[in-house]
Ligand binder design. Structure first.
Ligand code: ADP
Ligand code: MG
Length: 617
């Protein structure tokens, strides 16, 4: 409570507390002040303002200085020094009681100097502050006068209305909207003097302080005895003399003039206030309109701001996504860059190598070009060679035909029908049976064969060639091979074996798989020569397989067996069998397959166990 200040108004020299001197009425408490009040007509407005705060109509007044010792202190019943911790007895006999009888509020004390503080300015250096009330008991019933002492303690000047409160006495409002500062300013006492109160038989006096703005405050409460005269109903037409207690006539004309002046002042003030109000209302209306417009604008701006915020948010989001993508792309870009760099390096290397090769090649090409003396000459030479070659081909063909003719003439000269004789060695059973050879091969080279009879006589047979048991398959085929060329030259050739069963026909013609006979070797030779001549001749080779059985010709490749076949002789002497199946073959294997198919279709093959040694080939 030490720093009881009103800081917002610190050091405000412009605001001057009105220097009021308020008085009225007839209590006679301080006639001097009353006289002053009448004298200072210029201050009537402030006076009326102060008057307006007093609700008590029993003649109480506001006095703007401190407590002075009255002529007689006997009438003072009780003086409570509000906010004071201790009681104090003055020289003049006034006893200032310590703060008592209160309910609520706080004490307040200050060392501030109190201007015009009266005889005991310390009263004003303490106060009770807050919402509080006083309840004084055991007062002898009767009529009393109540004085209240106030002061606004403040270091600096302040505005009106900073502390406004109501005071109730016995539940009756005696001060309304009471504003100390507006009357005396700060650090200057203000007394509310002479409120009449009648104490009933219960002996209780209740004072209540209620704040309108800020907290109520009081520095002292003084209860005085009222003499009978002062209690009697005051006639407002008279002053009461304090000294003699006589009523002094109050001139009504003066009073009327005062009232009229007051009314005029009030009316003027009301008019001014009305004008001000109108002006302020207009200003308010204008302000309200501009405020509404501003508000609308503000709403728009807010909406725009919201939109912008949202867009910003969206853009931020999009930006983040883009940044993420960009990071990905730049990562990929970096990777690609690396791989491309490697690839480019490789390519550069290759290009380098290729350039080297290219220059090498062009060098070679140049050398080559240089080395060809005259290309045209060469072309002509080649053309001449080609022509020569064509000529040679023609000549070669002619020679070929001649050679073939001569060859076949040689063959014919050797004999159109050639008979060879082959003797097989003794078979195992024959050796076991101690058989001996009866054939003599002494003149075999000359194609002669001697058969030894039981006697010493020898019968000789002549052949184109005789093969002894020592001659193998290759030797036998060597004599058959030349006729293959004749076949391909267009001559008819027939090779067949004849002999008794078991003499070696099958062995000679077919042979074994590891030791092929004439058939197989002849066919191989046939296809070999045909291939050799394929550039100049195209051969169609076909195979027919037939058997003569019971004087009937049977086509062993035919699917229908009922067909009757006959051997026909053509005009040039060749034989052919119309209607016989001719299977086209391309190689030895195909021939072999056809032969096997025909072999399995033989009539004798199925019921004769010894089929391979029972018939001629
Ligand atoms: P054919 O066909 O005339 O009835 P094979 O060809 O079946 O007689 O011959 C009878 C047997 O004599 C067979 O076991 C065969 O291997 C054998 N043979 C025939 N000629 C010779 C030969 N030149 N050398 C050795 N063995 C032979
Ligand atoms: Mg046989």
């Amino acid at each position: 409570m030490e720093n009881f200040q009103f800081s917002p108004f610190d050091n405000n020299p412009e605001f001057q507390a009105p220097d009021l001197c308020v008085s009225s009425g007839e209590s006679g408490e301080d006639l001097n002040q009353e006289t002053q009040a009448f004298a200072m007509e210029e201050d009537e407005t402030e006076q009326s303002l102060a008057d307006s705060m007093i609700c008590d109509d029993s003649g109480s007044i506001l006095v703007q200085n401190g407590f002075t010792i009255p002529d007689s202190t006997d009438e003072i019943v009780l003086f409570v020094n509000s906010g004071a911790m201790t009681s104090m007895e003055s020289d003049s006999g006034v006893s200032f009681t310590a703060d008592k009888f209160f309910k609520g509020g706080d004490t307040f004390q200050t060392e501030e100097f109190i201007t015009e503080g009266g005889d005991y300015s310390f009263i004003y250096q303490s106060a009770r502050l807050g919402d509080f009330r006083y309840c004084i008991e055991n007062i002898p019933p009767g009529n009393y006068l109540l004085d209240l002492h106030f002061v606004e303690i403040i270091n600096t000047y302040g505005p009106k209305g900073m502390r406004v409160f109501n005071v109730y006495m016995q539940d009756e409002k005696i001060l309304s909207d009471f504003d100390i500062f507006s009357i005396v300013g700060s650090n200057k006492p203000l007394q509310f003097v002479g409120a009449r109160v009648s104490i009933k038989d219960d002996g209780i006096l209740v004072l209540r302080f209620e704040g309108v703005h800020g907290s109520p405050l009081v520095s002292g409460i003084c209860l005085r005895k009222a003499n009978n005269k002062s209690v009697s109903k005051v006639n407002r037409e008279y002053f009461v003399c304090t000294n003699c207690s006589n009523d002094i006539e109050y001139p009504s004309a003066q009073k009327k003039l005062l009232r009229m002046k007051l009314v005029a002042q009030y009316e003027k003030k009301i008019k001014d206030l009305k004008d001000t109000l109108q002006r302020k209302t207009d200003e308010c209306y204008q302000s309200w309109i501009s405020w509404t417009a501003a508000n609308e604008q503000l709403a728009k701006v807010r909406m725009e701001l919201d939109n912008k915020t949202y867009r910003t948010y969206s853009l931020d989001h999009a930006l983040e996504m883009q940044a993420e993508k960009l990071r990905d792309i730049s990562n990929k870009y970096e990777q690609c860059k690396k791989s491309w760099t490697i690839a480019i390096n490789n390519l550069e290397q290759k290009v380098k190598v290729m350039k080297q090769e290219h220059s090498q090649l062009s060098r070679d090409a140049h050398e080559c070009t240089d080395s060809i003396p005259d290309l045209n000459k060469m072309v002509f030479a080649v053309q001449a060679l080609v022509e020569q070659c064509e000529d040679l081909k023609v000549k070669y063909n002619e020679e070929q035909i001649k050679r073939r003719k001569l060859y076949n003439q040689v063959q014919e000269a050797k004999g159109n029908i050639r008979v060879f004789c082959r003797c097989r060695p003794l078979s195992k059973p024959e050796v076991i049976a101690k058989c001996s050879l009866v054939v003599d091969f002494d003149a075999a080279k000359d194609g002669e064969l001697g058969i030894l009879n039981s006697g010493s006589t020898k019968k000789t047979f002549k052949f184109d060639r005789v093969y002894s048991p020592k001659d193998d398959q290759v030797d036998v085929f060597a004599d058959a091979a030349p006729v293959v060329i004749s076949v391909l030259d267009g001559y008819n050739v027939c090779i067949f074996a004849y002999g008794q069963t078991g003499t070696g026909k099958t062995f000679t013609m077919e042979g074994t798989e590891v030791n092929r006979g004439v058939n197989y070797r002849t066919l191989e030779e046939l296809f070999r020569i045909a291939n050799e001549r394929s550039e100049t001749y195209a051969y169609n080779i076909s195979v027919s397989v037939l058997e003569v059985y019971n004087e009937q010709i049977r086509d062993l490749l035919a699917t229908e067996t009922s067909k009757k076949l006959e051997i026909k002789q053509a005009s040039e002497g060749s034989h052919h069998i119309p209607g016989i199946v001719e299977a086209k073959v391309e190689n030895t294997n195909e021939v072999w397959k056809v032969l096997q198919a025909g072999s399995s279709a033989r009539a004798v093959g199925s019921n004769n166990v010894n089929e391979h040694s029972s018939r001629s080939h």
